[in-house]
Design a protein around this ligand. Structure first.
Ligand code: SF4
Ligand code: FES
Length: 248
């Protein structure tokens, strides 16, 4: 019978809540089990070796987006990453850059997403005259529903923000997650906002015109969202809107 191998984890440790604590990489070793994910390994390390280890999770199934971290240099979801992927058994874990650090591998993506939603007004803006509850709900065109569903799959993990050089250089940049969400509302026929309204939100260097098309977002998004296609679409639309505004 083949022997399980021993994995070596180098994990970033720092608790900003503890006065005097300093950032450090700490090494742990753990026996690999069949089908082990980085998430399972972290749970075992916390249960068996170090109960102070901080990391986030909710669903363990790639749905909540909480367990995103940088694994061997790439931002991704710990619960969807098999340890078997790393042939030499060495795994380095760092928190996602670009977010407030809570401690160790835990970052405050919730605060970032909440502030982004308020700044970009990421909710449906229906026509003000359509608030009659007696009106019969109109069915959505299936093709439109399928396009919306595609963008609704975003789990707000923050990977695309961490993988984006522009977002890392400029914390005012809305990032791919912000643009994906604007694309979602721009597509929605129930949203009464005009192209000009969207232009005032993302028609800047902090929005579509700041993207350098490096595509770290599309390459690393765990849900394979079509960032390149949507950002190019928004950029064309916003450039056209700018021409219309300038002529008016
Ligand atoms: S677009 Fe992809 S990478 Fe970005 S937050 Fe959503 S699921 Fe995560
Ligand atoms: S724990 Fe929910 S996405 Fe990993």
């Amino acid at each position: 019978m083949s022997q399980s191998r021993i994995l070596t984890f180098n994990i970033f440790r720092y608790d900003p809540q503890q006065p005097g604590d300093k950032p450090a990489m700490v090494q742990y070793q753990l026996e690999e089990t069949p089908g082990m994910t980085v998430f399972i390994a972290l749970n075992r390390l916390r249960a068996e070796q170090d109960p102070s280890l901080q990391f986030d999770f909710v669903c363990r199934a790639g749905i909540c987006g909480s367990c995103a971290m940088v694994i061997n240099g790439f931002p991704t979801l710990a619960c969807r990453t098999l340890t078997a992927k790393y042939a030499d058994g060495n795994i380095t874990l760092m928190p996602l850059p670009g977010f407030e650090l809570i401690g160790d591998l835990s970052v405050n993506t919730g605060k970032f997403m909440r502030e982004l939603a308020e700044r970009l007004k990421l909710w449906l803006h229906p026509d003000e005259t359509q608030h009659d509850i007696h009106l019969i709900e109109k069915p959505m065109d299936p093709e439109e529903a399928a396009k919306l569903y595609e963008l609704e799959r975003c789990v707000e993990c923050g990977v695309c923000v961490s993988a984006c050089a522009t977002a890392q250089m400029r914390d005012t940049f809305v990032g791919a997650v912000g643009m994906m969400k604007i694309a979602r509302f721009e597509l929605d026929s129930r949203d009464a906002r005009s192209a000009e309204d969207f232009y005032h939100v993302i028609g800047t260097q902090d929005g579509v015109f700041g993207c350098m098309t490096l595509l770290g977002c599309q390459d690393n998004c765990p849900k394979d969202l079509p960032h390149m296609q949507q950002i190019a679409y928004l950029r064309r639309k916003m450039a056209g809107t700018l021409i219309t505004i300038s002529k008016a």
